[in-house]
Design a protein around this ligand. Structure first.
Ligand code: ZN
Length: 280
């Protein structure tokens, strides 16, 4: 790999892609987004790879989008890969935000969800806000018993993170509860609600995830790809894709409202510290 914010390893038929900013709880800046995309593309192109595991280095899977580390790079130019739209750099207001988030958040998540090999999220510790998007684009989620999840962005006045899968992965009523409260939920709750496949002891997380990946890797590659596409198509026929498009409009209305009433701050006066302080 060309960068150290993501580590790529081949273990037999499994590619393990590890987010590697442990000092910032693997907060996702755009350098990490494009490094993830490089790693996933490498796994797709390697005919020996049957399954991809997405993991996080250090104590946590990920704290979500980078809204406050020294490596925050919101002004960085992208070579758009996920959507055919203009670059956000040099744009203003909603034009900038819509261009940027269409590419690095919604577009990238959709691109990854559709890659033709099964992906397993191996989740431990924090999986907050934007990190939920990464776990949700994976086909399966294996969580350790110490994993915890939340989407607290309603505190910013925003109706959930950009990849708005909540009603489809949690059901409408639980989606409302976790959004309305912003509270953390446990791996056991996530399992009960059908959001994760397995909950395992922390010490067994890696071994059990790899065992599952190895088991899936016994299946024929094209069969896996077509099966993944079949279920994804069914999910889209349940309204997920169109629903996300409509909610993306509400999301950007919320950013624009915040900017209008909070002196240009599209996050409504919240930052990483204020979100973390209240993230209980
Ligand atoms: Zn946003």
């Amino acid at each position: 790999m060309t960068t150290d914010v993501v580590v790529y390893e081949r273990r037999g038929a499994v590619a393990v892609v590890t987010m590697n900013r442990p000092e910032y709880r693997n907060a996702q800046n755009s350098a990490m987004t494009y490094a993830l995309d490089d790693a996933f593309a490498r796994a797709v192109d390697d005919p020996e790879v049957k399954v991809i595991v997405l993991a996080g280095a250090g104590k946590h899977f990920s704290a979500g989008h980078d809204i406050g580390t020294p490596g925050r790079d919101v002004d960085q130019h992208f070579d758009n890969r996920a959507v055919l739209w203009w670059d956000h750099v040099g744009r203003e207001g909603g034009d900038l935000r819509f261009a940027r988030e269409s590419e690095v958040y919604l577009g990238m998540c959709r691109r990854w969800r559709e890659l033709p090999k099964p992906m397993i999220a191996q989740v431990h510790g924090a999986c907050i806000a934007g990190a939920l998007m990464l776990a949700w684009v994976c086909d399966l989620i294996v969580a350790s018993d110490d994993a915890f999840f939340s989407d607290p962005v309603v505190r910013m006045g925003i109706p959930g993170v950009e990849y708005f899968a909540h009603p489809w992965v949690l059901g409408p009523r639980i989606a409302k509860e976790i959004l309305f409260t912003g509270d953390r939920f446990t791996a056991a709750q996530a399992k009960e609600w059908g959001m994760v496949n397995r909950v395992v002891p922390r010490s067994e997380l890696e071994d059990q995830t790899m065992a599952l990946a190895d088991r899936i890797a016994q299946m024929p590659q094209l069969g896996l790809a077509l099966t993944k596409k079949a279920v994804n198509q069914a999910e889209d026929l349940m309204g997920m894709r169109a629903g996300m498009d409509s909610v993306f409009g509400l999301h950007h209305f919320a950013h624009a409202h915040n900017a209008e009433v909070s002196g240009g701050d599209s996050l409504g006066g919240q930052d990483a510290r204020s979100m973390a302080d209240r993230g209980r």
